[in-house]
Design a protein. Structure first.
Length: 301
């Protein structure tokens, strides 16, 4: 099975391809990766995933965008990032690359949960491990500070022996600064959020979590203490799509992940996705994707 397109998403895969160590742009161990820039990396082509193909992160990422534009679908929601934006995503996040500009440049921090195991009691890190945090830096001062913290972390990881405690402290500091930026951003946005938007956001969280097992409107309406009719109306008004459109997209996302990133047989995937049999799943997939299961598995090979 083709695997080079997965290299960006798991430290293990990166290490299998380039080995541990450092160069002018990348520092890599089994628990930590720092990427100073994607500009000028000779093997960058191996780190560009297929656009439109979902991926699930093994480790989380903190990404600071220096130039260009990147548009992603993250847990079903489309988000665009540009210069000075900052993104933190937790392990287990599912996303797709929708658009990558030719001038994209970014810095990235990735680390395994085990690296920060002594810091797990920090509320901020718990939040990171359990969900998604978005933040935008609105001024040059904020951008400069994040650049300085990243540069300091880059210097410290090269000390010998590896200064684990110092690295943990700097990562913790980085997250506290990120939280400061996030809260400042939220304080300006909170007044603009309506009850409809809050319910829709909660609905998407539920769909991402339960769609593989639960596909009835009543299930999500009960969770949100709404009638099925009201939920259907609210979701359509908020997104222009139906409840079942979102549920089907979440199911298809999981199906694509298993088809492209595992060697499981069709009947095994059908069973895990709660379809009555492989034939029903095959027909469902063809109707939703416009191609057969085998054609999708062979796509881009």
């Amino acid at each position: 099975m083709k695997s080079n397109h997965l290299l960006l998403l798991a430290l293990k895969k990166v290490r299998e391809h380039v080995g541990e160590g450092t160069n002018t742009s990348r520092f890599l161990t089994s628990e930590l990766e720092l990427l100073r820039s994607i500009q000028g990396i000779a093997d960058v082509i191996h780190f560009i995933p297929i656009e439109g193909q979902p991926y699930r992160l093994t480790e989380g990422r903190v990404v600071f965008f220096r130039a260009g534009t990147l548009r992603l679908r993250i847990n079903l929601r489309e988000v665009e990032f540009k210069e000075s934006d900052l993104l933190a995503v937790s392990p287990g996040t599912v996303f797709e690359f929708l658009y990558i500009s030719s001038d994209l440049d970014l810095a990235m921090l990735a680390f395994s949960n085990s690296l920060m195991e002594n810091w797990q009691k920090e509320d901020l890190l718990q939040t990171y491990l359990q969900g998604i945090v978005f933040a935008s830096i609105f001024n040059s001062e904020g951008r400069q500070r994040m650049e300085q913290l990243f540069a300091l972390l880059w210097e410290v990881v090269h000390d010998r022996p590896f200064p684990r405690a110092s690295v943990q402290s700097l990562i913790s500091l980085y997250f506290h600064q990120l939280d400061f930026v996030r809260k400042r951003s939220q304080s300006t946005e909170r007044q603009q959020h309506t009850r409809q938007e809050d319910i829709f956001n909660r609905f998407l969280e539920l769909v991402n979590k339960y769609a593989v097992r639960e596909r009835s409107i009543a299930f999500y309406a009960d969770w949100l203490f709404l009638t099925p009719r009201y939920l259907s109306t609210l979701v359509r008004q908020a997104s222009g799509r139906t409840v079942m459109d979102w549920v089907n997209e979440a199911v298809m996302q999981e199906a694509k992940l298993m088809l492209r990133h595992t060697d499981k047989l069709v009947y095994q995937i059908a069973d895990e996705l709660n379809f009555p049999n492989a034939s029903f799943f095959s027909k469902y997939f063809r109707r939703m994707a416009g191609m057969t299961l085998n054609d999708y598995r062979r796509k881009d090979e």
